[in-house]
Design a protein around this ligand. Structure first.
Ligand code: F6P
Ligand code: FE2
Length: 192
């Protein structure tokens, strides 16, 4: 079978909201994030209450081959579960040796990263900041502000997503609000 030749194309993403008027986003409400927040009681009551939309992202339907790049915007809404800020699930890439670039369009937040060797890091997003996620690092965007955190991302199209590791082990660190400010703490649920 011959591969379809991909033609150049252009897509719109709003610089503030991150939304496209021509594409559909994938939506993750709280109920899709069971077990990911430290406070299970606060989580269950928030799901029962209004099951808020935590984040959504645009990922284009491109062939997942090594030469292609997946790209789009990610929008994490402001909010908390207990004292833990709204965040994405986070993932490793199935091809672990994959880097990814994020560029912040609007809002304020952070990218929390950790690798299988036990190193972890946090980099902060504000408009105009580009964050590099090196190969081997799981990554999770966290909204630390009062407005949506909007980023543009791109990575190799064949990288794949590995959620299993994060779902079973969690992240080593959490970002919670203490005295009105973000603080990084050890995740009480983290398993070696
Ligand atoms: O995989 P998660 O943590 O649900 O977040 C999805 C985000 O990650 C990406 O896969 C980019 O790494 C985007 O498609 C999207 O912004
Ligand atoms: Fe990624």
């Amino acid at each position: 079978m011959t591969e379809k030749v991909l033609k150049p194309f252009t897509i719109d993403f709003d610089l503030i909201t991150g939304h496209s008027e021509t594409k559909n986003s994938t939506k993750r409400p709280l109920s899709k994030m069971k077990g990911m927040y430290a406070d299970d009681v606060a989580f269950e009551s928030a799901v029962q209450n209004d099951d808020q939309l935590v984040y959504e992202f645009y990922e284009l339907d491109l062939p997942e081959t090594p030469g292609n790049l997946l790209f789009g915007t990610s929008i994490v809404y402001p909010g908390k579960v207990g004292d833990e800020y709204f965040m994405t699930k986070g993932h490793f890439h199935t091809i672990l040796d994959t880097g990814e670039v994020y560029y912040c369009l609007s809002g304020y937040g952070a990218m929390l990263m950790e690798n299988p060797e036990g190193d972890w890091d946090i980099q902060y997003f504000s408009p105009g900041k580009g964050v590099y996620v090196p190969p081997r690092y799981a990554h999770r965007s966290i909204n630390l502000g009062n407005d949506p955190l909007v980023t543009f991302f791109t990575f190799r199209a064949d990288a794949g997503h590995d959620y299993g590791t994060i779902e079973t082990k969690g992240y080593r660190k959490l970002v919670v609000e203490r005295d009105g400010k973000p603080e990084i703490i050890d995740n009480p649920k983290w398993k070696e």
